[in-house]
Design a protein around this ligand. Sequence first.
Ligand code: PBG
Ligand code: ZN
Length: 331
Amino acid sequence: MNGMVNGTTNRMRRLREHPVLAEMVREVSLEPRQMILPLFTVPGTGVRTPVSSLHGVDHISPDRLHEAVDAALEAGIRSFLLFGLPSRKDARGTSAWAEDQPVQQGLRRLKERYGREIHLTTDVCMCEYTDHGHCGLLKEDGAVDNDPTVLELGRIALSHARAGADMVAPSAMMDGQVAALRRALDNGGFSSLPVMSYSSKFSSAFYGPFRDAAGSAPSFGDRRSYQMASTNWKEALRESLLDEEEGADILMVKPSLLYLDILSRLRESTLLPLACYLVSGEYMMLRHAAAAGSLDGPRGLLEAHLALRRAGADILITYAAVEVARMVTGR
Ligand code: PBG
Ligand code: ZN
């Protein structure tokens, strides 16, 4: 063997010399088709107001959602994840499946306008819709009641499907929620509608900006009785593999940048497509660092997104979808 300094056998830099060859041996890439842009829809008409906690994200009434969709389409982004802020909340989160609420209204409008040109996924959870801010129905002692909740989640998913959703994404971390959604959808005539499960979702400090944006912070306690402990990687694999057994079509790791190990381990444990969610706090951490001059914003964003692809994610849910799409396509 030649020594590192004088040898000529192994020179790693040979592959880095010519830009065309360097591109040829690049192992991962990122394309607009792999990204999903979250949208937040609110009651009313004519509304489009910036969300102060979440850079570049607006609260948009159903009648103006197409403006955000058009801008995204121009950058090549054709897939969206819809969240809603309801006009009313109650203990049972009944507005989550009501026809007159922003998600259902927005779905109808967008489907009418774009048909199959775009793909619409809805977040299926109750925390935006309950007055207590938890992701399910409560028992008298304040604990979240799992089994009645999953039936409710099925009802919500079905209302989204009827309004035109192309895919539903349960995020409540209730046991059996994927099976419950599958049953509700199949019985409702939507056996072809895929379920993307938030399958390994951790209890995280990095959801803060989202909870401001969605008005979904719990009014008491926290989500640790249903979301996962950040310390548990084996449990995270079990969670995702159980969802696969229950019929999930796509699995998800959330958050993502702090959980690359989970992504890469899950990549080797399943053949399903894998999504990850670069969550609000991770996204704003990058934005704040760039604004403070600590890093080059665009380069930092791109590196973070490529890291998710390298770790094994097929699909990236990201608030920076449009900006990153522009970067990778030069549009
Ligand atoms: C709803 C939901 C949350 C997020 C996505 N769906 C918040 C939570 O679980 O508290 C977080 C997204 C983000 O932080 O960007 N359950
Ligand atoms: Zn929730």
